[in-house]
Design a protein around this ligand. Structure first.
Ligand code: CA
Length: 461
């Protein structure tokens, strides 16, 4: 694997942006995630409403369009913070696509440029940086920024790597045969719908669909009655592969840009009626919510860990050679904590804080690594492109309070959850706000987070 620890991961590194030094911030100077946003114009050269890329730092955003402008107008040797890579003559080329809000074009430049810019940003935002005075005016409060999807997502594939989720859901849909025999051998997935991906904060309308109760003779069209969420991570592809080529496992991570949170909203009643024989369709295509900040593979490096498959009934039967390798076994996983919170409209009105529904760890959920997903996706010659999104599938841990969907937490709707204020839930009601979080935390490393991925359910149209 290609990311190793360097000076940008030093846990003692502090930023001249005060809020980045707060103990529990998701965005210390060790993180430096990319997000796309619009914000009110603050300078004559700044066209109001034009999307551009920024870097989250504490509760601020470093506006890379403003950085590019400052560099082109005030460029001096002081910008050469990292002389081996980012120099005043290379930085403008790196920043140009980001200033234009085109993360896909930056992704195309490859991992080496991404690492070079990370080194430069780390030095530029670190305490004592000679650029503090020139970069200070390029900061905006995150509260003033309207976040968008971080890039143009051309294609979206959703996998099913959470083996506890697959087993629990399988038991509900097929009590005699919960885990189908292919599961342990092939990374199961389907091609999703990129057009209905929305950024965190976008309201999610309850979908209509065909519903058929088991006892009914015929289906009806109506609002989904079993609306659910799915706790997932999404990997964004950085550099693609040509049609007809495949990406070997040892090179798979070179094609990954970074991670986002992903809520794959699911209409369980629609799903149960429509899913055979071709799998999910309208149950999944009305909205999927993506978090706005892309945490790069480099930022995640301190949280790398050995890949050990979860213990599961029947054990691990093995892995085909194209999906197996030493690096993948030794360091192919990332130890992130995953959490889900729910706040109902009544809780909001009563001033009650969100209620945690689950907390678990990615390492205890996933049967496949990200690298294996890339390699499998391309083994038949399918071309991945910059900005493509690969969802992990629902990441449920082994425990009952680690499940990443209400379908599991409520035992298929049979065991309602009780919420603060006395309400109960089996599935989501109108007005419910669902929020996903993920973070890495361990001794010897600075804690980093992925921010939040949130959506509120609106009544059916
Ligand atoms: Ca899913």
């Amino acid at each position: 694997m290609t990311t190793s620890l360097d000076a940008t991961h030093d846990p003692t590194l502090r930023s001249w942006v005060d809020s980045a030094n707060a103990e529990n911030t998701d965005f210390p100077v060790q993180n430096l995630p990319f997000g796309r946003f619009t914000a009110p114009s603050v300078a004559a050269h700044d066209t109001a409403g034009t999307p551009r890329m920024g870097i989250a730092i504490g509760d601020q955003v470093l506006d890379l369009q403003m950085v590019q402008h400052a560099l082109l107008t005030n460029g001096s040797p002081a910008w050469a913070l990292t002389p081996d890579t980012a120099r005043p003559d290379t930085l403008p080329d790196w920043l140009a696509p980001l200033a234009d809000g085109d993360l896909n074009a930056f992704m195309r430049l490859g991992a080496a440029v991404r690492r070079g810019l990370r080194a430069w940003l780390s030095a530029a935002l670190a305490e004592g940086s000679p650029l503090q005075a020139v970069l200070q005016p390029c900061l905006r409060a995150q509260a003033d920024c309207t976040m968008q999807l971080p890039c143009q997502i051309g294609d979206y594939t959703d996998f099913y790597t959470g083996i506890h989720h697959a087993t629990s859901v399988g038991k509900l849909f097929r009590p005699d045969n919960p885990l189908l025999p292919n599961y342990k051998w092939v990374p199961i997935g389907y091609h999703g719908r990129a057009s209905s991906l929305v950024v965190s904060g976008t309201p999610v309308r309850r979908p209509l669909g065909q519903l058929k109760a088991p006892t009914a003779e015929t289906p009806t069209l109506g609002p989904c009655q079993r609306l659910d969420y799915e706790l997932e991570l999404g990997a964004l592809i950085g550099t693609g592969n040509a049609l007809g080529t495949r990406v070997p496992l040892a090179q798979a991570e070179d094609h990954l840009f970074g991670l986002v949170l992903l809520n794959d909203w699911s209409a369980r009643d629609v799903q149960a009626w429509e899913y055979q024989p071709l799998g999910p369709f309208l149950a999944k295509n009305f909205a999927s919510t993506v978090s706005p900040w892309v945490v790069t593979m480099e930022a995640l490096a301190p949280f790398r860990t050995a890949f050990n498959r979860p213990a599961i009934e029947g054990g691990d039967a093995g892995t085909l050679p194209y999906l197996d390798g030493d690096d993948n076994r030794l360091s192919g996983a990332f130890d992130l904590t995953l959490e889900v919170e729910l706040q109902t409209a009544a809780m909001r009105a009563a001033g009650l804080p969100p209620q945690r529904l689950s907390r678990g760890r990615w390492t205890e959920a996933a049967w496949w690594t990200l690298a294996q997903l890339v390699t499998h996706h391309t083994v038949g010659g399918c071309n991945l492109q910059p900005g493509d999104l690969l969802g992990t599938g629902t990441l449920s841990g082994p425990g009952p309070d680690q499940a990443g969907s209400l379908l599991e937490l409520s035992g298929g709707g049979k065991s309602p959850l009780t919420l603060p204020g006395g309400e109960t839930r089996t599935f989501l009601q109108d007005g419910d706000t669902l929020t996903l979080r993920a973070w890495g935390e361990k001794p010897g490393a600075r804690r980093i987070g992925l921010g939040t991925c949130s959506g509120t359910v609106q009544p059916a149209a």
